[in-house]
Design a protein around this ligand. Sequence first.
Ligand code: SF4
Length: 427
Amino acid sequence: MKINIITLGCSKNLVDSEVLGTHLHKFKNKIIFDGEIDSGKIAIVNTCGFINDAKEESIETIMNLVQAKQEKSIEKIYVMGCLSERYKKDLISEIPEVDGFFGVNDLPEILSSLNADSKNILHGERLISTPSHYAFLKIAEGCNRQCAFCAIPMIRGNHISQPVENIVAEADYLTKNGVKELMLISQDLSYYGKDLYGEYHLRKLLDELVKVEKLEWLRLHYLYPTDFLEPVLDLMAQNPKICSYIDIPFQHISSKILKSMKRGHSEKSVRDLVDLFRKKVPDVALRTTMIVGYPGETDEDFRKLVDFVQQADFDRLGVFTYSEEEGTSAAKFKDDVSAELKQERLDEIMEIQSSISLKKNQEKIGKIFKVLIDREEQDYFVGRTEFDSPEVDNEVLIPKTKKLKTGLFYNVKINSAEEFDLIGEVE
Ligand code: SF4
């Protein structure tokens, strides 16, 4: 059968879709990732249920598939992932055209609905939906933190780490099949191993992963601002395989707001951590995310955040407006910041960040960087430096003066800069 797996939401969902596709492929099915609505007789949508916007996008995708089924351009629809985990009962009664709803831990069930099973041990084997030279490597699922605004622990459950040997086997398999860059992901990378080995084990995992021969770049995503990151930073400073790149959501800087968010850290600990990162890994690119408009956020709290963003000089920054999520502890607070003011605050932070990003990009003019080519576009080859993660960060545009190959590294001299892009030529 031709099976179209549509993935919404985060990179963790993407890996779940790829694992499902790998098992289905073993049963002689042709797997398409994120194809057109009618590109497979069977459509599976891996949904996101994190915040309102994501839920709406998931419902819209399901309804488009229902229409395609009514028009007989597809035969079956299956829904999995976070939205389905969270609202299964309602969805079953509201959208009867769907042939099956599955949660986030229902791989055996969805496989048996498709006359397949997960008996085939993969030993790290995985079909990937990303360009063949990079892939996401999920080292754990679930989360043991209790951030007041977040529904993920309710959806994904407690933190469960993958054993080191399984992760290394997957990295080995993927790099032997052309992958050069791996993004290490989970809900909370910092907590890795605490459940399985009784200690924070991220450094020991990295010590094993850097031994994977064909691996060139290893990138750390979703770190949590806690106090044991030094051993990880030491290795990042020593080993060129680990990108000088840290993705660590701080969410806010006001200690009052951080306390209400149950983040377990304060303004001082965040500032100390940023200083530590820059002391240990001087060329590190820092990516973070912030939430504006959290219940009780006064203008004074917001000014603190503005000052911090101006001072901290993040390389990459994303901002979200607070979205009340039923069942979270923050949902009991009055959502007292208006939608307009939330948007105003988001816009103000992003304006500051755009000028910071431009300034930092201009500082790169005249310098030479190792660039991985991701794709070819009409007038440019598009790549990234080690300071940029795929799909979320800056890109390097290289005019087509000579033929470059996707998936290869080149030394590129930067000639000009824009807010979120660099322009250069191969040396
Ligand atoms: S660390 Fe906090 S924000 Fe992140 S998944 Fe866990 S509970 Fe949610």
